[in-house]
Design a binder for this molecule. Structure first.
Ligand code: NDP
Length: 270
C-alpha cells in the first residue's frame, strides 16, 4: 500500500527537497505552499500540488478533506512552512510578531488538528514538526522567531504524550543553518523594521551570523533526516542537525545562561 504524506512549505528549500525525496521513495506526496507556479514545477506521478496558506484554517481543512476523499488515509504530516522575523524586541511590531506565530505555530496547529482525527481512526501516523536550533536556545535579534520555535518544541512534547498510545509518533527535526531561501527572506524582513542607531552593532552581528549561509549544507540533509524518521519503526523524538545545531544546545547546557550569553555577545561582537 502506497504511503500518503503531506508536506507544507514545499515550494522551496527543506519542504521541496523533502517532497521530492519522499516521492522518490514511493510515498504519494501532497505538496503545499502559497506559490502555485513553484509547486507545479514539482508535480509528478507521486507529487500533487495543493496551493494554500497555512494560516487559512478553511483552506487547510479543505486540503485534508481532499486527501482523505482521494487517498483515504494520511500516514505522514511534515509541518515545515515557516519564516524568520528578525529584529529586536523593541522594534519588531506586535503585528509582525503575531504574523510570525500565525504561520510558524498556528499554521502547524491547523494541520495537526486537521489530520489527527484521521490518524486516530487509522491508529497510525507520524507528525514531523520542523523546529530549529533556535527551538532550544535564543539569540539577540531572533526573539520572535526563536519564541515561535520554542512554542513548536513545547507543543510537540505535549502532543507526543497525548497521541503515543493512539499509535501516532511525533518527531521534532531541528535544523541549524541550511542553505535555502530562508536567510534571504529574513534579511528582507529585517529591512522592514526601523531600528534606532543604538542597535547597529546587533544588526551587524546578525548579518555576520547569517553570512555563513552560502557555505551551509543544502536542504537535502534535512530531507534525508525526515525520510529516515518517518520510515523507522521507532522514530527519533528530536533530531538536531547538522553538527552546529547539536553543538549550540550542548554549549548552552554546559556553559549555563550567563556564560552562554557572554559567548554569544562575543561572537556577534555586540
Ligand atoms: P524557505 O524560505 O526556502 O521555505 C519556506 C517555505 O514555507 C516555502 O515553501 C514557503 O512557500 C512556505 N511558507 C511560508 N509561509 C507560508 C504560508 N503562510 N503558507 C504556506 N506556506 C508558507 O525556507 P526553509 O526551507 O529553510 O524553511 C523551512 C523550515 O525550516 C521553516 O520552518 C524554518 O523555520 C526551518 N528552519 C530553517 C533553517 C535554515 O537555515 N534554512 C534553520 C532552522 C529551521 P510560499 O512562500 O510559496 O508560501
Amino acid at each position: 500500500m502506497q504511503r500518503i504524506a503531506l508536506v507544507t512549505g514545499a515550494s522551496s528549500g527543506i519542504g521541496r527537497a523533502t517532497a521530492g525525496l519522499l516521492a522518490q521513495q514511493g510515498f504519494y506526496v501532497f505538496a503545499m505552499a502559497r506559490r502555485e507556479e513553484r509547486l507545479e514545477q514539482i508535480r509528478s506521478d507521486n507529487i500533487e500540488p495543493l496551493p494554500l496558506d497555512v494560516t487559512d484554517i478553511a483552506a487547510v481543512n479543505a486540503a485534508v478533506a481532499h486527501v482523505i476523499a482521494t487517498k483515504g488515509r494520511i500516514d505522514v504530516l511534515v509541518n515545515n512552512a515557516g519564516y524568520g522575523q528578525l529584529g529586536t524586541l523593541e522594534c519588531v511590531s506586535v503585528e509582525a510578531a503575531h504574523r510570525q506565530f500565525e504561520v510558524n505555530v498556528f499554521g502547524y496547529a491547523h494541520f495537526i488538528q486537521a489530520v489527527l482525527p484521521h490518524m486516530r481512526e487509522q491508529r497510525s501516523g507520524c507528525i514531523v514538526n520542523v523546529s530549529s536550533v533556535l527551538g532550544k536556545i535564543s539569540l539577540p535579534g531572533f526573539g520572535w522567531y526563536a519564541a515561535s520555535k520554542h512554542a513548536v518544541e513545547a507543543l510537540s512534547e505535549s502532543l507526543r504524550g497525548e497521541v503515543k498510545a493512539l499509535g501516532i509518533d511525533v518527531v521534532v527535526i531541528a535544523p541549524g543553518l541550511i542553505k535555502t531561501e530562508f536567510a534571504e527572506k529574513e534579511f528582507a524582513l529585517l529591512e522592514t523594521v526601523q531600528h534606532p542607531p543604538v542597535y547597529r552593532k546587533i544588526l551587524d552581528g546578525l548579518r555576520r551570523l547569517l553570512a555563513g549561509e552560502p557555505q551551509a549544507p543544502g536542504p537535502e540533509i534535512i530531507a534525508n533526516a525526515i525520510l529516515k524518521a518517518v520510515t523507522r519503526s521507532i522514530p527519533p523524538v528530536r533530531h538536531a542537525l547538522p553538527w552546529d545545531s547539536k553543538a549550540a544546545v550542548i554549549s548552552r547546557w554546559l556553559l549555563g545562561a550567563r556564560l552562554f550569553a557572554w559567548a554569544v555577545r562575543k561572537q556577534m561582537r555586540i
